[in-house]
Design a protein around this ligand. Structure first.
Ligand code: SF4
Ligand code: SF4
Length: 162
C-alpha cells in the first residue's frame, strides 16, 4: 500500500510524451495522411452552404446542405469524384485550415489549430466511428437538403457558427 508521500509523488510525475496522442503532439503539418484523415469527426458541418457579404467579406453558414451530402450519414455521396460534380468543394489542407474563417467551431482541424482539446464524443476518443452522430453533434440535427429550400438562401443563415 502506498503511503501519502509516495502517492503524491506518483500523481505529480510528468506524463511522458509517448503517452500523448498524435493530435496532442503534432501540428497539422506534421500529421501522416492516415492521421489527418482520422482527425475528421464526420460531422458534415463543413458541407453546409455559405454566403459571403460582399461589403464586409464576412462568410455566413446556412443550414442548407451541399446537394451531395447524405443527411442520414453526413457523408459525401460522391467523395472520390466530388470535384467532378461540385467545383466549389474545398479540399481541406493544413494551409487552408489556417486561412479559412468559417470552419465550424467543433471542427477537429480547427481545434488542433487553436491548441484546444478534442471533444469527448470525437471518434478518436470514443473509438466509435459513429460517435459524432450518436452525440447529436453532426449536421444531421438541423441541415436541410437544397431540394427542400423554399426561400432565398440568406433566410437559412445560422445564427451561430455551429
Ligand atoms: S467540419 Fe471538420 S471535422 Fe466536421 S466533417 Fe468537416 S472537416 Fe470533418
Ligand atoms: S461535394 Fe461532398 S465533400 Fe464537398 S461539400 Fe459537397 S458533400 Fe461535402
Amino acid at each position: 500500500m502506498l503511503n501519502k508521500k509516495n502517492t503524491y509523488k506518483k500523481l505529480n510525475q510528468p506524463v511522458a510524451n509517448s503517452k500523448l496522442a498524435f493530435w496532442q503532439t503534432k501540428s497539422l503539418y506534421e500529421m501522416t495522411q492516415t492521421e489527418w484523415e482520422s482527425l475528421c469527426d464526420g460531422c458534415g458541418k463543413c458541407c453546409l452552404e455559405k454566403i459571403e457579404d460582399e461589403d464586409s467579406g464576412k462568410v455566413y453558414t446556412t443550414k442548407i446542405s451541399c446537394r451531395l451530402l447524405n443527411l442520414e450519414t453526413c457523408k459525401c455521396n460522391e467523395y472520390k469524384n466530388r470535384f467532378q460534380y461540385m467545383n466549389d468543394c474545398i479540399k481541406l489542407t493544413p494551409r487552408k485550415v489556417y486561412s479559412i474563417s468559417w470552419l465550424p467551431k467543433t471542427c477537429a482541424y480547427r481545434l488542433v489549430k487553436e491548441k484546444k482539446p478534442l471533444p469527448l464524443w470525437h471518434p478518436l476518443i470514443t473509438k466509435n466511428p459513429n460517435s459524432t452522430l450518436h452525440a447529436k453533434q453532426s449536421a444531421k440535427e438541423f441541415a436541410v437538403h437544397p431540394k427542400l429550400m423554399k426561400h432565398h438562401l440568406s433566410t437559412y443563415i445560422l445564427e451561430e457558427n455551429v
